[in-house]
Write a protein that binds this ligand. Structure first.
Ligand code: OOB
Length: 558
């Protein structure tokens, strides 16, 4: 392996996945020209006025790949990619695949705190950002991060910028991804330096870091299988027009089946930078979109707005909904509201993906999160005693399989907790498996807050808040919310005589460079926090305070 710190599958298991045809031994970048040769002028990618054919997509990705190579990036290097949904995201991702440079899929809301800690963790050689996005100057932040890292890393990371205003000390991504005459010769040169398929192709971020970054290295072999098998499970074909509205760096819109599943099948991908109903409905009408994916909070906003949107949504066939709990009521309303079928998706950046079938009966599609995509996926549902529960019982789900790597990258301590000695990943989700083999997600045991599908580790917030001088003790828990499912609620005990407000906490965390979606939105000061027998804040009791107010509830007394 080129990158130390990846936890490989055992040799015998790897052999089995190869023999079964799951792993094909081809790097993801090899698809690029196979697509282009077979489909040439078909439209691969649409971003507003930009329309790229499969051939143009390959030519641009190659041009960027070679430009990166000329500037010193090589197979085995890692870079941070923080781009909004646009053609540049797709071209950059494919250029990386071609070269063996692994993009770490950051999200546009990430700020200094996340960028710096992840860049350090993977020894990032470059940061790829927009010039500005949603009134934020990403270019300046990227340079600040690069300067900070220059003191620790062998060289200053490059800053690549997609946008109109590219500083002299940045590289202009759009220019580097330009097309010219050199296409065929460049294709050969890049073919000769293609990476090995069992190397890491990309890194996904895990929802929930507890101070230690949790990044998931996905190999060409395993991600290719994830993409192909997801596309097949969702009946994605060359007729599919897939609309990307969720942040493209998430596993869900990226490869489940999403952007890469659609390109693999020969369809067309439409990139939209926002899930706002008016923009989405306009794009569906304009591009005759057949398929899209959403988290429940986004699906809710579409369901409400569809009735009198004045747009022709008749092309829409399937909406994939996942990432957080979908209520039965909302599940039942999506199809009628949007005139399409619902497919539920239960997946994770760590690997395992489940879908309800495109033509599943309502009862399954509305009440279950589907079944795994691969016959090689292993599922185990364990009780608190570590023993398998009886069939149909609720327990924590553990999983292994051909696209579920065996550990986080460079995180042995976290791995010792999150993976069993024989390689099962502890999902932290409480599930039950129906007689028909469908997974139903019931709850979770992991300590995170799922805000509209964005995962926020309670521990990350607590660590930062605990450092504030006013704070004696802190616990972050999920407060139920009708719009986004959950929001971060912070419970604190203050030092004697000190005061603290929600706004002050927000200002401090923002100053520390934390992404805005993680900032607590509810705040309760308690004289005492309830504790578990081992002396930790009792989060179950705190959640109960939020969920079921009673006369003895201290929250009712303010
Ligand atoms: C997706 O991936 P992540 O890595 O952001 O989050 C994974 C976690 C799961 O362990 C589970 O706790 C939750 O998100 N989750 C769901 C769910 N889908 C994911 N909880 C309830 N119902 C669902 N349908 O969220 C992700 C990755 C690929 C495809 C779809 C979602």
């Amino acid at each position: 392996m080129k990158r130390a710190g990846f936890v490989p599958w055992p040799a015998e298991t790897a052999r089995r996945y190869r023999e079964a045809g799951c792993w094909q031994g081809r790097p993801l970048g090899a698809w690029l020209w196979e697509w282009a040769d077979g489909r040439g002028d078909r439209t691969a990618l649409v971003d507003g006025e930009h329309r790229l054919s499969y051939r143009e997509l390959a030519a641009r990705a190659d041009a960027l790949a070679e430009s990166l190579a000329e500037r010193g990036l090589a197979d085995g290097d890692n870079i941070l990619v923080q781009l909004p949904n646009g053609w540049e995201f797709v071209v950059t991702t494919l250029a990386c695949f071609r070269l063996g440079v692994a993009p770490v899929m950051m999200l546009p809301p990430h700020r200094a705190y996340e960028l710096t800690s992840i860049a350090r963790h993977v020894d990032a050689k470059a940061l790829v950002v927009p010039d500005r996005w949603k009134d934020f100057d990403h270019q300046t932040l990227a340079h600040e991060v690069a300067t900070e890292l220059a003191a620790e890393l062998p060289g200053r990371p490059l800053v690549l910028v997609a946008g109109e205003e590219v500083r002299a000390d940045s590289l202009d991504l759009r220019a580097l991804a330009g097309t010219d005459e050199d296409v065929e010769a460049r294709r050969k040169r890049l073919d000769e330096r293609a990476p090995e398929a069992d190397e890491i192709a990309l890194f996904l971020l895990s929802g929930g870091t507890t101070g230690l970054p949790k990044v998931i290295g996905r190999t060409h072999d395993d991600y290719s299988y994830n993409i192909r098998t997801s596309a097949a499970a969702c009946a994605i074909t060359e007729d599919t027009v897939y609309l990307t509205v969720l942040p493209a760096g998430h596993n869900f819109p990226l490869a489940s089946p999403g952007i890469l599943g659609t390109l693999w099948a020969g369809g067309t991908v439409v990139m939209l930078p926002s899930p706002r109903p008016d923009a989405v409905f306009a794009a569906i009408e304009r591009e005759r979109v057949t398929t899209t994916s959403a988290v429940p909070a986004v699906a809710l906003s579409w369901s409400r707005a569809a009735a009198d949107c004045g747009r022709d949504l008749s092309s829409l066939r399937h909406v994939h909904v996942g990432g957080s709990v979908l209520s039965h009521e909302l599940a039942a309303s999506i199809g009628p509201a949007l005139g399409c079928r619902l497919q539920q998706v239960y997946g994770m950046a760590e690997g395992l993906i489940c879908y309800t079938a495109p033509d599943a009966p309502d009862e399954i599609a509305h009440t279950t999160q589907g079944s795994p995509i691969s016959p090689h996926d292993e599922l185990r549902v364990e009780g608190p005693d570590g023993q398998p529960v009886a069939p149909g019982g609720i327990g924590e789900m553990l999983t292994r399989g051909p696209y579920t790597p065996r550990g986080y990258f460079r995180a042995p301590e976290v791995n010792a907790r999150s993976y069993t000695a024989d390689g099962w990943y502890r999902t932290g989700d409480l599930v039950r498996i129906t007689e028909g083999g469908h997974v139903v997600v019931c709850d979770r045991v992991k300590d995170l807050i799922n805000r509209g599908g964005e995962k926020i580790a309670a521990g990350e917030i607590e660590t930062l808040v605990q450092e504030m001088p006013q704070v004696a003790e802190v616990a972050a828990v999920a407060a139920p919310d009708p719009e986004v499912g959950e929001r971060v609620c912070l419970f604190v005990r203050l030092h004697e005589g000190r005061t603290l407000t929600l706004a002050e906490v927000g200002a401090e965390l923002t100053a520390r460079g934390l992404a805005a979606f993680k900032i607590p939105e509810r705040f309760e000061v308690l004289a005492e926090l309830p504790h578990t027998p081992v002396g930790k804040p009792d989060k179950k009791a705190l959640r109960a305070l939020l969920n079921a107010p009673s006369p003895s509830n201290p929250l009712l007394n303010d």
